[in-house]
Design a protein around this ligand. Structure first.
Ligand code: FEO
Ligand code: CA
Ligand code: CA
Length: 659
């Protein structure tokens, strides 16, 4: 039997997510962990005892501000704020509809079987929408606003919510049965991504299951390694002597859509999929340790030897990359782009710079890891899609150093420059890309508080970096100013002259997150932010067509902060800067991913990930949540259906522009 808590740690708990070794391989709880647990788990904000405790710590100024809280003046947003809270359903601002567009198990192909949770199979899951939707992108077809391809990542699986009859309760803890081969194969088919055509008819979006462009990508889909590490000896396995053919993708977190309309999938927490032990003295030992490999959260390696590092020691080098998918050809072979580095890739949002080169912003989501950007060598050709299809094979990867004085430098990860030489174990650019983290360590990049999504704003030349939390930080620096940072912060970068290819820039903190009425949290939302408007743990973000910032969160979704995760609208300009308002919130246990506003701003697609994963601390459930005893059955609320992750389309009831 697998201990549930152990196996779920890296996948489900924000505070413990990405719990690899990083620079600071501490395993015992720090003061930060304890404080975080107090804020997030002990009902710190609830109950009379808690109120007394707060009263003792709240600053009078913050109390005054909270009392005067009102709609922000000068805000670029205009919608009635949702009330923060926790319950079994989702909620959107008044005047808007939030309609489920596609759920786990729904047909991606017209001939797919109907979803039957009691009779799941690999073959069925390969034809159905996968689990735990994360990144969402929308690629219009033929320039239409009412027809396009929805591209969605399926980051990971929650077995205790997916499969009947595998959880037993022992001493109040969930224990999940070991995977069978069949279950492992269903899990693999529930990973990856979905490409599905959607159309809007009479104001509502619907999947088009008979579109020839529909596609499922899974942990078994054949892919091609491209770029400097492709074909290198470190990429070869017993089944692939070329080092260029790999099967599948895992832990696809956020991603992107390129200016030429391809779909980008980021491979994030790859470590948990590998088990076994490297042969004694193996050359990859240090490389794997830096990534927390093998993490052994999944048991696929019991049935597929490539996920057992004892049997296939190079296989992990074939994961941890950015992948590009040509969605206009459902038979195209997805390309892993090794020029963009190998780490726990959160996402890859891009912008075309003034000179036509394309810049991708990349976060490495681990405590004390780094912020990167990739600048293509070639330029984007808006008139010839085919000419852009290999742009991601050549370019320069940079890692960020944030200086104390508000300046910053982008340090190039180029073989032969600075310390990136053979003396330090980098024989070629392939080595630099395979061990990107170690190369960045040598360049003395700034260790950050878990970099997640990074969003460039093409209109302003500014870039927004979501730093979700880092409760293990013991030493602050200017760019990560809080020790034991439980609630995260957002950094705003201004590239020199607004040029996204610049190698220098300046930065400041847009907001330190958390409850501004609790003095010791040190949150810095504007005083116009209401009690509903603050959030912790920024994760994904979007810049809409009007240049406005939207932030979705991962980790508030425990009753004890008094609020679930959701989508917040955050002002960045003028007097309203730092004002946040709640637009949409998710059901208990969920995080919100993939905020994707359409170009015409009439639809906001969002991904409700792992709903029902938790509920112990919510008075409406108050115990562990699993298949037979769920904290919510969103979105169907049908006793015959488990809770199901889903993509939701938010529209205004009058059809107008959102927000
Ligand atoms: Fe998968 Fe960093 O969130
Ligand atoms: Ca994320
Ligand atoms: Ca997340």
């Amino acid at each position: 039997m697998t201990d549930m808590r152990q196996s779920q740690i890296f996948r489900t708990s924000k505070l413990e997510e990405a719990d690899g070794p990083g620079h600071n391989p501490t395993t015992s709880p720090t003061m930060g962990d304890i404080i975080a647990a107090r804020f997030s788990r002990r009902g710190f904000l609830r109950g009379s005892m808690a109120s007394a405790a707060i009263a003792a710590t709240v600053s009078p100024v913050a109390l005054l501000a909270a009392g005067e809280a009102r709609a922000a003046t000068g805000s670029v947003f205009n919608f009635p704020e949702v009330e923060a809270g926790v319950d079994a359903d989702h909620h959107v601002a008044q005047g808007y509809d939030a309609d489920v567009l596609i759920r786990w198990g729904d047909k991606v192909f017209a001939d797919a079987p109907d979803f039957d949770p009691l009779d799941q199979s690999e073959a069925a899951q390969e034809r159905q929408f996968g689990y735990n939707n994360d990144f969402v992108g929308f690629i219009p077809l033929d320039g239409a606003t009412d027809r396009g391809l929805l591209v969605v990542n399926h980051e990971y699986t929650n077995e205790h919510l997916m499969f009947p009859g595998i959880v037993t309760m022992q001493n109040g803890e969930m224990v999940v049965a070991d995977a069978t081969e069949e279950r492992a194969n269903i899990e693999m088919a529930a990973h990856g991504g979905t490409v599905i055509e959607i159309r809007r008819e009479t104001g509502k979006w619907q999947p088009v299951t008979d579109s020839p462009l529909n596609r499922r990508i899974t942990a078994k889909t054949q892919m091609e390694m491209t770029g400097p590490a492709a074909g290198h000896d470190r990429m070869k396995t017993s089944e692939d002597s070329s080092g260029r053919t790999v099967f599948g993708t895992i832990n696809n977190c956020a991603g992107g859509v390129t200016p030429w309309g391809t779909y980008i999938m980021a491979e994030e927490n790859i470590h948990g999929y590998f088990l076994g032990e490297l042969p004694e003295g193996h050359a990859e030992a240090a490389n794997y340790e830096r990534l927390g490999l093998p993490g052994a959260s999944y048991q696929w390696g019991n049935f597929h030897k490539r996920f057992d590092v004892g049997q296939e020691p190079n296989e992990p080098n074939r994961f941890g990359w950015i992948i590009e998918v040509d969605v206009m050809d459902p038979n195209s072979v997805p390309k892993k782009r090794t020029a963009m580095g190998r780490f726990k890739h959160e996402g890859a949002e891009s912008v075309v710079a003034a000179d036509g080169r394309v810049v991708f912003y990349l976060g490495d989501d681990e405590r004390f890891d780094y912020v990167y950007k990739f600048v293509t060598a070639g330029t984007y050709n808006p008139d010839d899609r085919a000419a852009n299809m290999d742009l991601l094979n050549e370019g320069t990867l940079y890692v960020a150093r944030f200086d104390e004085d508000g300046a910053m430098v982008w340090l190039p990860l180029v073989h032969g420059e600075g310390p990136l030489t053979a003396e330090n174990g980098f024989a070629s650019q392939a080595d630099v890309m395979i061990e990107t983290r170690r190369a960045a360590d040598l360049l003395e990049a700034t260790p950050m508080d878990r970099p997640e999504d990074i969003e460039p704003n093409p209109a302003s030349g500014r870039v927004y970096v979501m730093l979700t939390n880092n409760t293990r930080r013991e030493e602050a620096n200017a760019a990560n100013p809080r020790v034991e940072n439980a609630f995260g912060h957002i950094i705003e970068i201004l590239e020199t002259d607004g040029d996204f290819t610049a190698t220098e820039g300046t930065w400041e903190i847009l907001v330190k997150c958390g409850d501004p009425s609790v003095a010791e949290v040190g949150a810095t939302f504007s005083t116009e932010t209401t009690k509903n408007g603050w959030f912790g743990m920024p994760d994904n973000a979007a810049i809409d067509a009007d240049g406005r910032l939207w932030v979705s969160t991962d980790g508030n979704s425990m009753a004890d902060t008094g609020r679930t995760d959701g989508l917040w609208a955050v002002d960045t300009e003028g007097d309203a800067r730092g004002t946040s308002r709640l637009f949409y919130r998710v059901p208990v246990g969920a995080e919100l991913c993939g905020p994707c506003p359409t170009e015409d701003m009439t639809t906001f697609f969002v991904a409700v990930q792992h709903p029902g994963d938790g509920g112990d601390d919510w008075e409406g459930h108050g115990r562990p949540s699993f298949y037979e005893d769920l904290s919510t059955r969103w979105p169907d609320f049908d006793d015959a259906m488990p809770v199901r992750p889903a993509v939701v389309a938010i529209t205004r009831q009058d059809g107008g522009r959102i927000g």
